[in-house]
Design a protein around this ligand. Structure first.
Ligand code: ARG
Length: 575
């Protein structure tokens, strides 16, 4: 089904053609929500420019041929020539009824594109940090949303699983024993494992020598070394998996496409670029110099693709990622959900790939920039002692705190129920806090604010959903397909907000900004609260009003649950 602005825009297009001739039918009617009416159309101004007439006159002529009487009250011309449109309650009610029957709740299905999404990408044998938390949460919301819009999303978890530290890590794993308690740290507290290996490397000459030999063996793909390296990966996979499960994200082992998976292609990539004259040797390293990428004093900044010791780097692997995603996955659109500071890196990789003919203009590549997560001190979030935060502890703390809030607000709940709800609320609060600010700006991690039951928070939305569930439970019989009648202003506002869901989801698909969906859901929950405060539902004056309001409740619940679901947040039955 089409949203009200879409229906209105269509009518405007027809009217434009009728009143001004087909050559002006291409003027795009911009229909926006307005504080003066439901919507405001900005058509007369651009049209008047083309016609060379007065905007208000053009608006008057347009209004005459509009024929909107089935949808809106008589349009009003305002200001320099805007057209204010107020929807008729009967039409709005009809639309809500259609929405209630629409399994997609007004969300269109788009022509399917192939969209690889690079997100999460933690490093083997290292703790995930809050930066990883954010790319994981944002990437997963985008994956779910684009899938819902009908696209084929290919999740690409570009884990860091290769490079010189792996000599030390393999050697350390052999030292402690693959089935030892020390090895188990890779699953429970990977930084402790890493640091123990690192300390040995720095303090023990003999170990350091072995670690260096191990790097050579690894690069030569020596079978026993590879076996232990794979074991290292397995243990890390369990760690990632435990975090993903707790976070309730859709990434699975099948989505792993780590750095090492491109190993066999790196030499060829370098050769090809060198043969094409795109890469040149400079001070022993193979480099790509690109126009427009200069550092201090205008000195060109190269993308180094083979170091002077023959090793490949992060840039080389990312050339392989873009080539693979375009050539093998046949991507239409590629998203890299990666920290904002990596922008230059990606720009250089893509520019190189374009030169090499691996990336055409018909493929859209996007860096979904991830901003920093800050602590109360305004610096990157760390533990009190200044160490890196253990992500699992942070998530568990959130769940714990949600449990404390529930113990206060719902003392009558059984401990089991409380625990189950706390998991939804704690994780939902953390994810929502992350998603509700634009992904490229910083935000301050603050449990108290994110767990608050008021304001633009996950728990506020979950609570709104739980409250509707409780109303529907008390209503007894299923809601059914009753007539919708909108008499109160709060009902009208709720109805209009409900009908905006499809457009917002579409917008998130275009702009890749989940915070827009958060903003919408918050607005919806507020509209519901206002409605619920002024319009009795179960105790409505008559049966038909009660039935109509129950339909409003039920569609609101559906939109909240589906909307939160697109963000990767669950709405518990009760709160
Ligand atoms: N593993 C990297 C890190 O932890 C992120 C990788 C992002 N993806 C990519 N294709 N470069 O910083």
């Amino acid at each position: 089904m089409s949203s009200p602005p879409q229906v209105l825009a269509e009518r405007f297009r027809v009217a434009l053609g009728n009143a001004f001739g087909p050559e002006l039918a291409d003027v795009d009617p911009v229909i926006r929500p307005s504080q003066f009416a439901d919507f405001q159309a900005n058509v007369a101004l651009p049209l008047a420019k083309r016609l060379g007439s007065k905007p208000r006159d053009v608006a008057a002529r347009l209004v005459e041929s509009l024929g909107l009487s089935d949808i809106t009250q008589p349009p009003e011309i305002s200001g320099p020539g805007f057209i204010n449109l107020t929807l008729r309650p009967e039409w709005l009610a009809d639309q809500v009824r259609t929405l209630a029957r629409d399994p997609r709740l007004g969300v269109p299905t788009e022509p399917s594109q192939v969209v690889p999404i690079d997100y999460s990408a933690p490093n083997v044998a290292k703790e995930m940090h809050v930066g990883h938390l954010r790319t994981t949460v944002v990437g997963d919301a985008l994956a779910r949303t684009l899938e819902h819009l009908g696209h084929r999303v290919v999740r690409q978890n570009h884990v860091g699983d290769w490079g010189t530290p792996f000599g030390m890590l393999v050697e350390h794993l052999l030292d402690v024993g693959e089935h030892s308690e020390e090895a188990e740290l890779l699953v429970t507290s990977p930084n402790d494992f890493y640091q123990a290996g690192r300390a040995k490397f720095d303090g023990d000459e003999e170990f350091a020598a072995r670690a260096r030999r191990r790097v050579v063996a690894l690069q030569a793909h020596e079978p026993e070394t590879m076996r232990v390296w794979r074991e290292l990966l397995e243990l890390s996979k369990s760690y990632f998996h435990s975090i993903y499960t707790l976070l309730d994200v859709t990434l699975t082992d099948a989505d792993l496409a780590g750095e090492s998976s491109y190993n066999d292609e790196l030499a060829q990539i370098c050769d090809e670029l060198e043969a094409a004259g795109i890469a040149t040797v400079s001070e022993g390293a193979l480099c790509v110099f690109l126009d427009g990428f200069t550092g201090r004093e205008g000195k060109p900044v190269p993308l180094i693709i083979r170091k002077s010791d023959g090793g490949y780097g992060y840039g080389t692997t990312d050339l392989a990622t873009i080539r693979h995603r375009v050539r093998d996955l046949r991507a239409d659109r590629v998203l890299y959900v990666i920290g904002a500071p990596q922008s230059l890196h990606l720009q250089m990789v893509w520019a190189t790939a374009r030169k090499a003919g691996w990336l055409d203009d018909d493929v859209e590549v996007v860096h979904v920039q991830i901003g920093n997560v800050l602590g109360a001190d305004g610096k990157i979030l760390r533990t009190r002692s200044g160490g890196p935060i253990k992500l699992r502890s942070l998530l568990e703390e959130g769940v714990d705190k949600a449990g404390q809030v529930l113990a206060q607000s719902r003392p009558e709940l059984s401990p089991q129920d409380r625990e189950a709800i706390a998991l939804h609320v704690g994780i939902g609060a953390i994810k929502y806090a992350d998603l509700s600010v634009s992904h490229d700006s910083e935000y301050t991690f603050d449990f108290e604010r994110m767990l608050s039951l008021t304001g633009n928070t996950g728990p506020y939305l979950q609570y709104a959903a739980a409250r509707i569930r409780s109303i529907l439970r008390k209503a007894g019989s299923p809601v059914g397909d009753a007539d919708v009648v909108l008499t109160e202003e709060a009902e009208r506002l709720l109805a209009r907000t409900l009908l905006g869901f499809g457009d917002v989801v579409t917008q998130v698909g275009v702009t890749l900004e989940p915070h827009r969906l958060c903003g919408y859901l918050f607005e919806l929950a507020q509209a519901f609260t206002t409605f619920y405060e002024s319009c009795p539902v179960l105790k409505a004056d008559d049966d038909s009003t009660r039935a109509s309001r129950l339909v409003l409740c039920s569609v609101t619940l559906d939109v909240l649950v589906v909307g939160l679901g697109l963000l990767g947040i669950t709405a518990p039955e009760q709160m």
